[in-house]
Design a protein around this ligand. Structure first.
Ligand code: PLP
Length: 394
């Protein structure tokens, strides 16, 4: 028996391993030092009260015969699918609840969704990119077209008519660059996908961080997207669900390719490969979409946004180019003096004890850039920003 030999084509995921090794070594050599960790992609604030209250209620429901829930519907509980459809409705995006699929998080869906496309597909990935897009497609044996982006297009590349992708990944607001596609630029991608008969996988994991009202939170705000796009979203960063796990995927009912309906195919997939998400989690997640829940999660998001402002003020003072920060929890800065991203990582670790993420880990074109996350505590972020200014001010 030969296993899936595509796994042999995976590059070692050295990014976070290397960071961990370097910080471990530093701490061994400098015991007792407090590192300011600005690299983490995990949240630091707990779940909001509205969610906690619903989780408790749901646990109690499971203790009584009358309110106990066994297997949940594979595609999600009606109460949560409806709450999510209503959330979109408030932004003018009309969805029917059976176009919403509840998931256990965006990572799971980003890998699983490839089942819809079958083998030997050509996928387009804009880089720098969230590493899971590349790895999931290498495992599936797909051909990857890497689309580099940079300062020249503010990390928002345009479609290239000479290429013929089957699947196109768009992450907006972007991890790692924090760049966000405007409506016109996104419309170009939607028209391109429709023309090429491709499907866009739109990763909206950071939509809740958008503060500029003119920017789209969902690809379904763009005309024509219902004919070509799948949207994958997560409550991880929106509502602090990284360890609790819940997300959702939107597949429009009219999305078809090769005469087959992708929404019906996903129903078939979910009913075969899952037995649904826990009742308790779905009940907790439903609180996120209430008015009170929205107020509370935005109080937490505002803390991260204030962190972003501290880092942006520091970079502005230093006159350093960056993207992100305003509409995303990441800041993507150009390393000063033409420094490569790992040298800059070492410099910050050794000289000011700040840990960030080298841009090279998100694709070749990320070299020379550095990612700060804004999920740390305000105290650590303020201290990191001030040390950065002292270190780099000429
Ligand atoms: N998509 C992007 C762009 C992310 O940055 C992340 C997590 O960092 C995910 C998806 C995964 O989210 P989840 O926690 O829902 O699996």
């Amino acid at each position: 028996m030969t296993p899936n030999t595509n796994y042999a084509n995976l590059k070692d995921s050295y990014l976070f391993y290397n960071i961990a090794q370097k910080t471990k070594k530093y701490l061994e050599e400098h015991p007792g030092t407090k590192l300011l960790r600005m690299g983490i992609g995990d949240v630091s604030l707990p779940l909001c009260d509205a969610v906690i209250k619903k989780l408790h209620e749901a646990v109690d429901d499971q203790s009584e015969k009358g309110s106990f829930h066994g297997y949940m519907p594979e595609c999600g509980a009606d109460f949560l699918r409806e709450a999510i459809a209503e959330y979109y409705g408030k932004r003018g995006v009309k969805l029917s609840s059976d176009e919403v699929f509840v998931s256990s998080g965006a990572s799971d869906e980003l890998g699983d969704i490839l089942d819809l496309f079958g083998r030997d597909k050509t996928v387009m990935i804009m880089e720098p990119a969230y590493p899971a897009y590349v790895d999931a497609n290498v495992m599936a044996g797909n051909t990857i077209i890497h689309i580099p982006s940079g300062m020249e297009n503010d990390f928002l590349p345009s479609p290239d008519d000479s290429l013929n992708p089957d699947v196109i990944y768009i992450c907006s607001p972007n991890n790692p660059t924090g760049a966000v596609f405007g409506k016109e630029a996104l419309k170009e991608w939607v028209d391109y996908a429709n023309k090429k008969d491709a499907v866009i996988i739109f990763d909206a994991a950071y939509e809740a961080f958008i503060e500029d009202n003119s920017l789209p939170h969902s690809i379904f705000e763009i005309d024509g997207a219902r004919a070509c796009a799948i949207e994958i979203c997560s409550l991880s960063k929106t509502a602090g669900f990284t360890g609790t796990r819940c997300g959702y995927t939107v597949i429009p009912s009219e999305l078809t390719r090769g005469g087959m309906n992708l929404n019906s195919m996903w129903v078939r997939n979910r009913t075969t490969k899952t037995n649904g998400i826990s009742y308790i989690l779905q009940k907790g997640a439903s609180a996120v979409f209430t008015d009170e829940g929205q107020k509370q999660i935005h109080r937490n998001i505002d803390v991260y946004k204030e962190n972003a402002r501290m880092l942006m003020r520091a970079l502005d003072e230093l006159g350093i180019y960056y993207t992100g920060g305003h509409n995303a929890p990441y800041i993507w800065m150009k390393c000063p003096d033409g420094c490569d991203s790992w040298t800059f990582f070492d410099k910050l670790l050794n000289e000011i004890q700040v840990v960030g993420t080298p841009g090279e880990g998100f694709g070749k074109c990320g070299d020379g850039y550095f990612r700060f996350s804004t999920f740390s505590s305000p105290e650590d972020t303020m201290e990191a920003a001030s040390r950065l200014v002292k270190l780099l001010k000429k």
